[in-house]
Ligand binder design. Structure first.
Ligand code: ATP
Ligand code: ATP
Ligand code: MG
Ligand code: MG
Ligand code: MG
Length: 258
């Protein structure tokens, strides 16, 4: 259509560049996963297979799009952080978020069988996405703190809820018991009624998962005298960490945003 009489229509496209030096973040999020997880028999409150599938999709995204330096996710969501010098698709929000969310969804569907070999899709899942423009590293840290706090609050609530349901309460009764309870009260409920120490539950459930690339030595071949020939390769790694917004985390991973 180049140089045709219709070309002027291109000027109707919405301009949505995220200007430098703002940090660009894309968050994808499962749509109606309460129903999807129910209809596909996820274990409650945390189906490890489903979380590992989400993590695998995030690793695939980082490997496909080198400008993404860090990601964080839990439950049915993942946030992807771009390096601040990124020029990916001229930093156009709709281009970038549509690529990430469609790629993530395709990988989710393709890899489903690896994690749920005996479960067919009853219907295809969908994810929505948005772009967050963080004006500084401090804002990014606040954003990550918000998502990780959400992970904590939701996980603690769902752990209590499902413990009560598994011990005979109806969903309504369990919700009623938990209404207005604070963090400490929930921990006590778990410990006193069910002997569960919340802090001992798996880190992936409590803290969510981070994915970022680190340099690792790979053996590429062995030479004639049997000695390994190694090469440094950047590989995506999944990590669970307590405070991903904290100074110590970003000091330890300061190279991420360069
Ligand atoms: P929305 O479309 O507004 O996002 P939603 O139904 O996806 O609605 P969320 O608040 O995103 O609601 O909650 C996600 C739901 O999916 C929760 O009910 C959660 O228990 C379930 N879920 C997601 N991942 C898992 C998992 N790994 N194991 C068990 N349940 C999960
Ligand atoms: P971009 O990422 O910029 O869109 P692209 O490689 O997708 O790059 P397009 O200009 O969108 O480039 O062209 C689509 C390409 O896919 C063409 O080369 C076209 O021949 C090929 N293609 C798409 N659909 C079909 C089809 N049904 N049969 C054969 N080839 C197809
Ligand atoms: Mg959701
Ligand atoms: Mg959610
Ligand atoms: Mg194309």
């Amino acid at each position: 259509m180049a140089n045709s009489k219709y070309e002027y229509v291109k000027s109707f496209e919405v301009e949505d560049e995220i200007f430098s030096p703002n940090l660009l973040v894309v968050r994808i999020h499962g749509r109606d996963f309460q129903r999807f997880s129910h209809d596909h028999g996820f274990e409650k409150p945390n189906d490890e297979r489903a979380l590992n599938l989400m993590n695998t999709c995030a690793v695939a995204v980082l490997e496909e799009y080198p400008d993404i330096v860090f990601s964080y996710g839990y439950s049915d969501e993942y946030s992807f952080v771009f390096k601040n010098t990124s020029k990916f698709y001229q930093r156009r929000a709709s281009k970038i978020l549509s690529l990430i969310v469609s790629f993530f969804t395709s990988v989710y569907v393709t890899k489903w069988k690896e994690f749920f070999p005996l479960k067919e899709f009853r219907y295809p899942p969908s994810f929505h996405s948005r772009v967050i423009s963080c004006a500084s590293i401090e804002v990014l840290q606040q954003y990550l703190a918000w998502r990780q706090n959400d992970c904590h609050v939701n996980n603690q609530y769902e752990t209590c809820l499902w413990m009560l349901i598994k011990h005979g309460k109806s969903e309504n009764e369990a919700q009623e018991i938990l209404k207005g309870t604070q963090k400490q009260e929930k921990n006590e409920l778990l410990f006193q009624q069910f002997g569960v120490n919340y802090k001992k539950l798996p880190e992936m459930f409590r803290q969510g998962s981070c994915v970022f690339k680190t340099e690792m030595e790979d053996i590429v071949k062995y030479n004639e005298n049997g000695a390994p020939v190694k090469r440094l390769r950047r590989k995506a790694r999944i990590v669970h960490s307590e405070n991903i917004a904290g100074k110590s985390f970003w000091n330890a991973h300061s190279c991420l945003l360069k």
